[in-house]
Design a protein around this ligand. Structure first.
Ligand code: SF4
Length: 406
């Protein structure tokens, strides 16, 4: 069992809600002043920063978040792209188009197809790649992921996965094959809601998923990405849990860099409507709160959000953005130059293009996003990699495998 599960079990969401309502603007001002003068925040401060009272003071909060971000990260935004390997999934998450019960056109790319797509992404200067798939090990086996990682390792200095949760020895195999980052979102930390929105499939196992970031960190992954799917639960309560999870990992797995994503539910096949929609203003408040609570954490914003909002959030706390994203397996192949590669379409076996997980909202090209970032006085960082760290973590991964008799 995840040791963090014991901590989260002690948090009472009814109490958390009351605490948020009780916060006054005076408390918010005092906290902002204290953080602004260099004091470290305490874990209970999250209640103040995500409270309705803090929402009334969003402008000064955003100014402080900007100052903290500049101090810790300078004027830089890292760029990455997701590459979907498969939209097959054995789960039945009610909010997701890839849900096993949805009639969507499905496809799993093979290693060569994945490498072709990766080359197209690389041609746009992206050097941080996130391999994504539905949760279906029968379609996307550990062997496929391992062979793909070995093929991509020389091309991408930073390679992450967002796939099904695994045990530590399997994560260690992927680490040794060249994967250095793991993104795995709990979706919601509320166990009742979690059970309702995950009615069947392996993902029903809340605790196994909750322990995945710790298992990934133990395997040596240099980057661990967390997130809640915004819209499933009260965002204020969810922020509380998510912040505790990130802080716990930073304390106990300090060799891994922890990042937090803010995915808002987007329209997808199945027509799910979020029960707790999060407004733009609330999303900004949440991002600013995380920057002030976790000044060293990477904060990530994907193309789920519209271009204008993403542009406005540059500098307010976000440190990493995706660009030019496709959310269907084979989605980048329509950019293929047939003189360079032999694969000429992104159709599945039934001759249909595979469907994406959600509708991308910011559909600008990588260069357009980069230009927008530069126009705000920020530099785009295409690669974030410390080669010296690799050797150290490789040895760590080998030791884990030795301990597990592999
Ligand atoms: S959210 Fe992930 S696990 Fe759930 S149905 Fe979609 S792809 Fe599958």
């Amino acid at each position: 069992m995840s040791p963090f599960h014991e901590i989260i079990s002690l948090l009472d969401s009814a109490r958390i809600k009351i605490d948020h309502q009780d916060v006054t603007t005076g408390q918010v001002k005092a906290l902002l002043e204290s953080i602004g003068s260099g004091d470290a925040s305490r874990s209970e401060d999250i209640s103040v920063l995500v409270s309705p009272a803090a929402g009334e003071l969003l402008e000064p909060m955003a100014r402080l978040a900007k100052t903290v971000t500049l101090r810790r990260f300078g004027r830089t935004i890292q760029m990455y792209a997701p590459l979907y390997i498969s939209n097959h999934c054995s789960n039945s998450c009610v909010y997701c188009g890839f849900n096993v019960h949805n009639k969507v056109n499905r496809r799993t790319s093979n290693r060569e197809e994945i490498l072709s797509e990766a080359r197209l992404i690389k041609n746009q200067h992206i050097s941080q790649l996130l391999l994504v798939s539905g949760e279906c090990p029968a379609e996307v086996s550990l062997d496929l992921l391992e062979a793909t990682a070995r093929g991509l390792k020389g091309m991408f200095p930073s390679l992450s996965i967002e796939v099904y949760p695994m045990d530590t020895p399997d994560y260690a195999r992927l680490y040794q094959a060249g994967i250095d980052g793991l993104a795995i979102y709990q979706e919601t930390y509320d166990q009742n809601i979690y059970s309702m929105v995950h009615p069947a499939g392996p993902k029903r196992d809340y605790r196994y998923r909750l322990g995945a970031p710790e298992r990934g960190a133990a395997a040596g992954f240099r980057q661990i990405g967390l997130g809640s799917l915004l819209g499933l639960n009260d965002w204020r309560v969810e922020s509380h849990y998510l912040m505790h999870h990130a802080a716990y990992l930073m304390k106990h797995h300090w060799k891994s860099q922890i990042s937090v994503s803010f995915p808002r539910l987007r329209p997808a096949a199945g027509g799910y409507s979020p029960e707790f929609p999060v407004s733009d203003r609330e999303l900004v408040q949440m991002i600013c709160a995380f920057r002030l609570m976790l000044p060293d954490a990477g904060l990530v914003l994907s193309t789920r959000e519209p271009a204008e909002l993403r542009d406005n959030l540059i500098g307010l706390g976000i440190t990493k953005m995706s660009a030019g994203s496709k959310t269907a397996p084979g989605g980048y192949l329509d950019r293929l130059d047939n003189n360079i590669d032999k694969i000429d379409n992104n159709l599945n076996e039934q001759g249909q293009p595979a469907e994406g997980q959600f509708n991308v909202c910011d559909d600008r090209t990588v260069e357009e996003v980069a230009q927008s970032i530069r126009s705000k006085g920020y530099d785009t960082v295409w690669k974030d990699w410390d080669q010296g760290f690799e050797k150290q973590n490789e040895n760590q991964g080998q030791n884990i495998n030795k301990e597990n008799g592999k």
